[in-house]
Ligand binder design. Sequence first.
Ligand SMILES: NC(=O)c1ccc[n+]([C@@H]2O[C@H](COP(=O)([O-])OP(=O)(O)OC[C@H]3O[C@@H](n4cnc5c(N)ncnc54)[C@H](O)[C@@H]3O)[C@@H](O)[C@H]2O)c1
Length: 251
Amino acid sequence: MHDRVALVTGGGSGIGHAAVLEFARRGAAVAVVDIALEAAERIAAELRAAGGRALAIRADVSIEADVRAMVSQTLAEFGRLDFAFNNAGILGPIGTPLHELDEPAWDRVLDTNLKSVWLSMKHEIAAMLDRGGGSIVNNASIVGLRAATLNPSYGASKHGVVGLTLAAASYYGDRDIRVNAVCPGVVLTSMTGAADAAPDSPSSRRIARAPLRRGAQAVEVARAAVWLCSDEASYLTGVALPVDGGLSVIA
Ligand SMILES: NC(=O)c1ccc[n+]([C@@H]2O[C@H](COP(=O)([O-])OP(=O)(O)OC[C@H]3O[C@@H](n4cnc5c(N)ncnc54)[C@H](O)[C@@H]3O)[C@@H](O)[C@H]2O)c1
């Protein structure tokens, strides 16, 4: 990925952080985007200190002005955009059934997890069309393919991410833009950390059912996402790839 440019949203933590490191390891310049600027700045500074090219950008990816600026800052700094990993997201009110969910909570999850992916692709694809191609991976979830029994707004947002991925893949394929999604199961990040501490938590129960019997390390999802972005996956588009230790094959 030397001479190529990647952008990662939610790059300040967890899977996004691991993806930033993986893009950098492969030689790409990386725009590290996060609502938490300090985390993004620390990671970008570490990469620059190690001889890489990195830029920290603060953006709330649910706000179009921020997303437009994140892409234009990336272009201003690095001159092009080849790869995007739209990864930022929140878990939402786990354990609240939909008949008890209030409207602000629903809107927050859908705006952060789904509207953000539309906005990000809108501005990333415009930049990629100008240059003649590119590759995008969106971070959905295994509950974008299956029921999110205990977290209906989150599940709906992730089904939406898969749907948008397929729509974009089918529309932009002839412009040399590939669009895929990763669908992680349980990943051991700050998002699931608290839940995992309890032996009978939803995450722990999922881990117990997964054929590999463990949660993923963030890097295991990041590697799949960066590989899907890369030219090594040149004939893959419109794929929603489970990265779930086999969880989704269990009835
Ligand atoms: N951890 C899991 O088990 C798991 C499973 C399936 C899918 N995912 C998905 O993976 C993605 C990353 O999750 P993670 O586990 O690394 O969580 P994380 O909490 O460690 O990282 C999420 C990052 O997104 C950033 N972020 C949140 N809202 C934002 C916004 N509005 N604008 C910009 N940045 C924002 C946060 O500051 C944080 O740095 C999410 O989309 C999540 O839904 C996670």
